[in-house]
Design a binder for this molecule. Sequence first.
Ligand code: NCC
Length: 276
Amino acid sequence: AAKLSPEKLLCQLRDRVNVTMIQGSDGPFDTPEWQQYLPGKSLNETVGRLGRCAVVSSAGSMKSSHLGQEIDSHDAVLRFNGAPIKGFQEDVGQKTTIRLVNSQLVTVEEQQFLREALYNTGILIVWDPAPYHAEIHEWYRKPDYNFFESYKLYRSTHPEQPFYILNPKMQWQLWDILQENSLEHIQPNPPSSGMLGIVIMMTLCDEVHVYEFLPSKRQTDICHYYQKFHDRACTMGAYHPLLFEKNLVKHINQGADEDIYTHGKVTLPGFRNVHC
Ligand code: NCC
Protein backbone atom coordinates (compact mmCIF):
# COMPACT_ATOMS: atom_id res chain seq x y z
CA ALA A 1 0.00 0.00 0.00
CA ALA A 2 1.55 3.27 -1.13
CA LYS A 3 0.83 6.14 1.22
CA LEU A 4 -1.14 8.96 -0.30
CA SER A 5 -0.09 12.58 0.04
CA PRO A 6 -1.93 14.50 2.78
CA GLU A 7 -3.93 16.37 0.11
CA LYS A 8 -5.04 13.16 -1.63
CA LEU A 9 -5.86 11.53 1.68
CA LEU A 10 -8.10 14.46 2.66
CA CYS A 11 -9.89 14.10 -0.68
CA GLN A 12 -10.42 10.38 -0.07
CA LEU A 13 -11.88 11.10 3.35
CA ARG A 14 -14.10 13.84 1.94
CA ASP A 15 -15.38 11.79 -0.98
CA ARG A 16 -15.60 8.27 0.42
CA VAL A 17 -16.72 8.67 4.02
CA ASN A 18 -20.41 9.40 4.11
CA VAL A 19 -21.26 10.96 7.46
CA THR A 20 -25.02 10.57 7.87
CA MET A 21 -27.39 9.96 10.73
CA ILE A 22 -30.19 7.37 10.61
CA GLN A 23 -33.35 8.99 9.27
CA GLY A 24 -36.96 7.93 9.38
CA SER A 25 -36.77 7.07 5.68
CA ASP A 26 -33.95 4.53 6.20
CA GLY A 27 -34.72 0.85 5.87
CA PRO A 28 -36.03 -0.73 9.07
CA PHE A 29 -36.50 2.67 10.71
CA ASP A 30 -39.30 3.68 8.32
CA THR A 31 -42.04 2.67 10.76
CA PRO A 32 -44.55 4.91 12.57
CA GLU A 33 -42.95 3.91 15.87
CA TRP A 34 -39.47 5.00 14.85
CA GLN A 35 -40.80 8.29 13.41
CA GLN A 36 -41.73 9.26 16.96
CA TYR A 37 -38.23 8.68 18.23
CA LEU A 38 -35.81 9.86 15.54
CA PRO A 39 -35.15 13.63 15.52
CA GLY A 40 -37.17 15.51 12.92
CA LYS A 41 -34.33 17.85 11.95
CA SER A 42 -31.08 16.73 10.35
CA LEU A 43 -27.83 17.20 12.29
CA ASN A 44 -26.81 19.91 9.82
CA GLU A 45 -29.99 21.86 10.45
CA THR A 46 -29.59 21.45 14.21
CA VAL A 47 -25.98 22.72 14.43
CA GLY A 48 -26.01 25.20 11.56
CA ARG A 49 -22.77 26.16 9.85
CA LEU A 50 -19.86 25.89 12.28
CA GLY A 51 -16.57 27.78 12.05
CA ARG A 52 -13.84 26.71 14.48
CA CYS A 53 -14.45 23.41 16.26
CA ALA A 54 -12.67 21.46 18.99
CA VAL A 55 -12.51 17.72 19.56
CA VAL A 56 -11.45 16.79 23.10
CA SER A 57 -10.03 13.31 23.57
CA SER A 58 -10.50 11.64 26.94
CA ALA A 59 -6.81 10.82 27.33
CA GLY A 60 -5.03 11.08 30.68
CA SER A 61 -2.71 13.65 29.13
CA MET A 62 -5.57 16.21 29.13
CA LYS A 63 -4.92 16.45 32.87
CA SER A 64 -2.92 19.56 33.88
CA SER A 65 -3.08 20.78 30.28
CA HIS A 66 -4.76 24.12 31.16
CA LEU A 67 -6.43 23.93 27.73
CA GLY A 68 -9.90 24.76 29.04
CA GLN A 69 -10.07 28.39 27.91
CA GLU A 70 -8.63 27.62 24.49
CA ILE A 71 -11.11 24.77 24.00
CA ASP A 72 -14.08 26.93 25.04
CA SER A 73 -13.06 29.64 22.54
CA HIS A 74 -14.30 27.37 19.72
CA ASP A 75 -17.76 27.65 18.15
CA ALA A 76 -18.46 24.02 18.95
CA VAL A 77 -16.88 21.35 21.14
CA LEU A 78 -17.20 17.57 20.75
CA ARG A 79 -16.61 15.20 23.70
CA PHE A 80 -16.77 11.42 24.13
CA ASN A 81 -18.73 8.92 26.18
CA GLY A 82 -18.78 9.68 29.90
CA ALA A 83 -15.99 12.29 29.83
CA PRO A 84 -16.93 14.78 32.58
CA ILE A 85 -16.55 18.56 32.76
CA LYS A 86 -17.38 19.21 36.38
CA GLY A 87 -14.14 19.64 38.31
CA PHE A 88 -12.03 19.56 35.12
CA GLN A 89 -12.99 22.87 33.45
CA GLU A 90 -9.48 24.27 33.77
CA ASP A 91 -8.11 21.45 31.60
CA VAL A 92 -10.98 20.45 29.29
CA GLY A 93 -13.29 23.49 29.21
CA GLN A 94 -17.01 23.51 29.89
CA LYS A 95 -18.68 23.85 26.52
CA THR A 96 -20.28 20.70 25.06
CA THR A 97 -21.97 21.00 21.68
CA ILE A 98 -21.90 17.34 20.70
CA ARG A 99 -21.28 14.22 22.78
CA LEU A 100 -20.48 11.05 20.82
CA VAL A 101 -21.22 7.89 22.80
CA ASN A 102 -20.71 4.24 21.94
CA SER A 103 -23.57 1.74 22.10
CA GLN A 104 -21.89 -0.18 24.92
CA LEU A 105 -22.27 2.84 27.20
CA VAL A 106 -25.91 3.31 26.24
CA THR A 107 -26.68 -0.39 26.81
CA VAL A 108 -24.39 -1.72 29.56
CA GLU A 109 -24.20 1.53 31.54
CA GLU A 110 -27.90 2.18 30.84
CA GLN A 111 -28.83 3.21 34.40
CA GLN A 112 -26.08 5.83 34.51
CA PHE A 113 -26.77 6.94 30.98
CA LEU A 114 -30.43 7.56 31.74
CA ARG A 115 -29.74 9.23 35.11
CA GLU A 116 -26.55 11.28 34.86
CA ALA A 117 -26.96 14.99 34.12
CA LEU A 118 -23.71 14.87 32.15
CA TYR A 119 -25.59 13.49 29.15
CA ASN A 120 -28.33 16.12 29.16
CA THR A 121 -26.20 18.86 27.58
CA GLY A 122 -25.73 19.35 23.86
CA ILE A 123 -26.46 17.01 20.97
CA LEU A 124 -26.03 13.27 21.52
CA ILE A 125 -24.86 10.88 18.82
CA VAL A 126 -24.65 7.12 19.44
CA TRP A 127 -22.73 4.66 17.25
CA ASP A 128 -22.54 0.86 17.28
CA PRO A 129 -19.92 -1.47 15.75
CA ALA A 130 -21.64 -3.00 12.72
CA PRO A 131 -20.53 -6.08 10.74
CA TYR A 132 -18.10 -5.15 7.96
CA HIS A 133 -20.00 -3.20 5.26
CA ALA A 134 -23.32 -4.65 6.45
CA GLU A 135 -26.60 -3.28 5.17
CA ILE A 136 -28.58 -1.31 7.73
CA HIS A 137 -31.16 -4.13 7.87
CA GLU A 138 -28.55 -6.73 8.77
CA TRP A 139 -27.01 -4.47 11.41
CA TYR A 140 -30.45 -3.66 12.87
CA ARG A 141 -31.10 -7.36 13.41
CA LYS A 142 -27.66 -7.96 14.91
CA PRO A 143 -26.22 -4.81 16.52
CA ASP A 144 -23.05 -5.27 18.59
CA TYR A 145 -24.96 -3.87 21.59
CA ASN A 146 -28.72 -3.73 21.45
CA PHE A 147 -29.02 -0.09 22.43
CA PHE A 148 -32.31 0.60 20.62
CA GLU A 149 -34.56 0.22 23.67
CA SER A 150 -32.36 2.48 25.84
CA TYR A 151 -32.30 4.99 23.00
CA LYS A 152 -36.11 5.05 22.92
CA LEU A 153 -36.29 5.35 26.69
CA TYR A 154 -33.87 8.28 26.67
CA ARG A 155 -35.81 9.95 23.84
CA SER A 156 -39.08 9.63 25.77
CA THR A 157 -37.60 11.26 28.86
CA HIS A 158 -35.62 13.97 26.97
CA PRO A 159 -37.72 14.64 23.87
CA GLU A 160 -36.26 18.13 23.38
CA GLN A 161 -32.62 17.06 23.27
CA PRO A 162 -31.36 16.16 19.78
CA PHE A 163 -30.13 12.57 19.81
CA TYR A 164 -28.94 10.91 16.61
CA ILE A 165 -27.91 7.40 15.59
CA LEU A 166 -24.82 7.39 13.39
CA ASN A 167 -25.31 5.53 10.13
CA PRO A 168 -23.01 2.49 10.58
CA LYS A 169 -21.78 2.59 6.99
CA MET A 170 -19.41 5.37 7.89
CA GLN A 171 -17.17 3.32 10.19
CA TRP A 172 -16.19 0.86 7.44
CA GLN A 173 -15.75 3.50 4.76
CA LEU A 174 -13.28 5.10 7.15
CA TRP A 175 -11.69 1.76 8.09
CA ASP A 176 -11.05 0.96 4.39
CA ILE A 177 -9.07 4.20 4.06
CA LEU A 178 -7.13 3.43 7.24
CA GLN A 179 -6.26 -0.02 5.86
CA GLU A 180 -5.30 1.24 2.41
CA ASN A 181 -2.88 3.70 3.95
CA SER A 182 -1.21 1.31 6.37
CA LEU A 183 1.59 -1.10 5.60
CA GLU A 184 0.33 -3.65 8.09
CA HIS A 185 -2.82 -5.70 8.08
CA ILE A 186 -5.37 -4.10 10.41
CA GLN A 187 -7.82 -6.15 12.47
CA PRO A 188 -11.28 -5.54 11.05
CA ASN A 189 -12.61 -3.68 14.09
CA PRO A 190 -14.24 -0.28 13.71
CA PRO A 191 -12.36 2.97 14.39
CA SER A 192 -12.51 4.45 17.90
CA SER A 193 -15.07 7.04 18.94
CA GLY A 194 -12.19 9.52 18.75
CA MET A 195 -11.56 8.95 15.04
CA LEU A 196 -15.28 8.91 14.22
CA GLY A 197 -15.75 12.19 16.10
CA ILE A 198 -12.90 13.86 14.24
CA VAL A 199 -14.44 12.99 10.86
CA ILE A 200 -17.93 14.04 12.02
CA MET A 201 -16.55 17.48 12.96
CA MET A 202 -14.69 17.76 9.64
CA THR A 203 -18.07 17.49 7.90
CA LEU A 204 -19.68 20.18 10.08
CA CYS A 205 -16.93 22.77 10.61
CA ASP A 206 -14.59 25.06 8.69
CA GLU A 207 -11.63 24.09 10.85
CA VAL A 208 -11.11 21.40 13.49
CA HIS A 209 -8.65 21.40 16.39
CA VAL A 210 -8.15 18.03 18.03
CA TYR A 211 -6.72 17.91 21.55
CA GLU A 212 -4.64 15.02 22.97
CA PHE A 213 -5.59 12.49 20.33
CA LEU A 214 -1.93 12.64 19.35
CA PRO A 215 -0.31 12.68 22.76
CA SER A 216 1.71 15.71 23.88
CA LYS A 217 4.70 15.82 26.19
CA ARG A 218 2.15 15.00 28.92
CA GLN A 219 1.69 11.50 27.47
CA THR A 220 0.92 9.06 30.27
CA ASP A 221 -0.23 5.49 30.89
CA ILE A 222 -3.21 6.91 32.78
CA CYS A 223 -6.14 6.01 30.61
CA HIS A 224 -8.53 8.95 31.16
CA TYR A 225 -8.11 12.45 32.59
CA TYR A 226 -11.00 11.67 34.94
CA GLN A 227 -9.90 8.28 36.35
CA LYS A 228 -6.89 6.81 38.16
CA PHE A 229 -6.72 3.81 35.86
CA HIS A 230 -3.48 2.82 34.09
CA ASP A 231 -3.52 1.00 30.77
CA ARG A 232 -1.27 1.71 27.80
CA ALA A 233 -3.87 0.15 25.49
CA CYS A 234 -6.04 3.25 25.98
CA THR A 235 -3.57 5.37 24.05
CA MET A 236 -2.14 2.71 21.72
CA GLY A 237 -5.31 0.71 21.10
CA ALA A 238 -6.31 -2.91 21.52
CA TYR A 239 -9.73 -3.43 19.97
CA HIS A 240 -9.80 -0.23 17.91
CA PRO A 241 -7.13 0.46 15.26
CA LEU A 242 -6.03 3.48 17.34
CA LEU A 243 -2.38 3.48 16.29
CA PHE A 244 -3.32 3.53 12.62
CA GLU A 245 -5.88 6.26 13.26
CA LYS A 246 -3.22 8.36 14.94
CA ASN A 247 -0.74 7.85 12.12
CA LEU A 248 -3.35 8.99 9.62
CA VAL A 249 -4.27 12.07 11.65
CA LYS A 250 -0.58 12.93 12.05
CA HIS A 251 -0.18 12.68 8.27
CA ILE A 252 -2.98 15.17 7.53
CA ASN A 253 -2.18 17.57 10.38
CA GLN A 254 -1.88 21.13 9.06
CA GLY A 255 -0.58 22.58 12.32
CA ALA A 256 3.00 22.66 13.62
CA ASP A 257 4.62 19.61 15.26
CA GLU A 258 5.37 21.96 18.15
CA ASP A 259 1.59 22.30 18.77
CA ILE A 260 1.36 18.53 19.16
CA TYR A 261 4.25 18.45 21.59
CA THR A 262 3.09 21.34 23.78
CA HIS A 263 -0.71 21.17 23.49
CA GLY A 264 -1.43 17.77 21.97
CA LYS A 265 -3.10 19.90 19.31
CA VAL A 266 -3.75 18.96 15.70
CA THR A 267 -5.29 21.29 13.08
CA LEU A 268 -7.47 19.81 10.35
CA PRO A 269 -9.48 21.49 7.61
CA GLY A 270 -13.22 21.06 7.38
CA PHE A 271 -14.23 19.19 4.21
CA ARG A 272 -15.77 22.43 2.89
CA ASN A 273 -12.23 23.75 2.71
CA VAL A 274 -10.75 20.71 0.99
CA HIS A 275 -10.47 21.25 -2.75
CA CYS A 276 -9.80 18.22 -4.87
O1 NCC B 1 -11.99 5.56 26.48
P1 NCC B 1 -12.93 6.24 25.53
O2 NCC B 1 -13.10 5.30 24.22
O3 NCC B 1 -14.24 6.69 26.05
O4 NCC B 1 -12.15 7.51 24.95
C1 NCC B 1 -12.71 8.35 23.94
C2 NCC B 1 -11.70 8.54 22.82
O5 NCC B 1 -10.56 9.27 23.30
C3 NCC B 1 -9.37 8.79 22.68
N1 NCC B 1 -8.41 8.37 23.73
C4 NCC B 1 -8.83 7.99 24.97
C5 NCC B 1 -7.91 7.64 25.94
C6 NCC B 1 -6.55 7.68 25.65
N2 NCC B 1 -5.62 7.41 26.58
N3 NCC B 1 -6.14 8.05 24.42
C7 NCC B 1 -7.04 8.40 23.46
O6 NCC B 1 -6.63 8.75 22.34
C8 NCC B 1 -9.76 7.63 21.76
O7 NCC B 1 -9.86 8.12 20.44
C9 NCC B 1 -11.14 7.24 22.28
O8 NCC B 1 -11.97 6.75 21.25
C10 NCC B 1 -14.49 4.45 22.55
O9 NCC B 1 -13.74 4.67 21.59
O10 NCC B 1 -15.73 4.52 22.49
C11 NCC B 1 -13.83 4.12 23.92
O11 NCC B 1 -14.86 3.80 24.88
C12 NCC B 1 -14.46 3.13 26.09
C13 NCC B 1 -15.72 2.89 26.97
O12 NCC B 1 -16.62 2.02 26.32
C14 NCC B 1 -16.43 4.25 27.20
O13 NCC B 1 -15.55 5.16 27.85
C15 NCC B 1 -17.70 4.10 28.06
O14 NCC B 1 -17.40 3.68 29.35
C16 NCC B 1 -13.73 1.83 25.78
N4 NCC B 1 -13.28 1.19 27.02
C17 NCC B 1 -13.70 0.00 27.42
O15 NCC B 1 -14.52 -0.65 26.79
C18 NCC B 1 -13.13 -0.51 28.73
C19 NCC B 1 -12.48 2.17 24.92
O16 NCC B 1 -11.81 0.97 24.58
C20 NCC B 1 -12.88 2.93 23.67
